[in-house]
Design a protein around this ligand. Sequence first.
Ligand SMILES: *Cc1c(COP(=O)(O)O)cnc(C)c1O
Length: 375
Amino acid sequence: MKIEFYRHSINEEDIKRVNSVLRSIFITTGESVKTFENEFGGYLGAKQVIGVTSCTAALHLCLLAWGIGEGDEVITTPMSFCATSNSVLHAGAKPVFADAEDSTGNIDAGLIEKKVTKRTKAIMPVHLYGQMCDMKKIKRIADRHGLVVIEDAAHCIEGVREGIKVGQLGDAACFSFYATKNIASGEGGAVSTNDPRKADLLRMLRLHGIDKSAADRYTKKYKHWDMSVLGWKYNMDNIHGALLIGQLRRIESLWKRRDEIYRKYEDAFCLRDGIKLMQTVPDSKHARHLFTIRVAKGKRDQILSALQDKGIGVAVNYRAIHLLKFYRENFGYKRGDFPVAEAIGDETISLPLYPSLKEKEQKYVIETVLNEARS
Ligand SMILES: *Cc1c(COP(=O)(O)O)cnc(C)c1O
């Protein structure tokens, strides 16, 4: 049996919608992007959504829009994809790590305040695997110290915790539509915010800092444009926007399928010798982006390899960022600096989790994992 780690959920209707953009005259940022932004804002309960080319771009632009740069520090987690802390470096600021909590892998909110200095400007929590961080606690810390909160919600479009959705307590939330995310357009991203002035600034910053988009120039009579701030080239185009509209409309049914599979995995693996699971926090809706197991540090790579030999696609999300070569060499990090993130990084394996994963494939994954973890 060959079980891919991920299969996207793009259907004929999505392809038709992309086709109609391709047959139209206008393929860059325009109507389809606007439709997607409006509907995504509706889903999130956010006033404004700005479509961009990636979550990395979204994080970078938020830091710029909130004036964070040279000499500033941003507190974030070492247990994430390196895009999170890289975006802080792109903005010219310094990522400062606070260790993860063992039960979820999320940033330990209890460790954040110790990391606050005079230079700290923002907190960048990551809702790891789809479990929302303790946003109430993080928001209280941010308010006490006058910090901006930029959420990395690449895993967590659908998340809710204690009645609060992703992006509702933060100043902005950043999303990814990368090839393996919950909705996927190959590459793509978005920012949500309730601050209309920052939203206008983000719209300028995603397109060089100029004050008129190609759509403005196309739909209205030509007017000279001006550039008042230095922006980047991060605007989402209509092709990607069109690919996302249908997936967004199906997002709850896609989530439901992943939730069923996730629960089946949980039932099969909980209380098994040699396997540890991450916890879903009570009173929260987990976005069910990744299902991970934790196995003994010394056996992880062996199990990872055995699962692949048996045809099962797997991944490691993630080895701790501070131990990546660039971070070790440029910031002097070493093993022992963030022991919880390191332990997760050494023990974790991600299993296939997507709506089209068939029942017999789930069974095969479960049996094979149980066998390998036991041996
Ligand atoms: C995928 C991912 C990103 C980056 O998303 P891109 O759209 O590829 O830039 C950032 N943070 C986390 C946690 C991710 O998983």
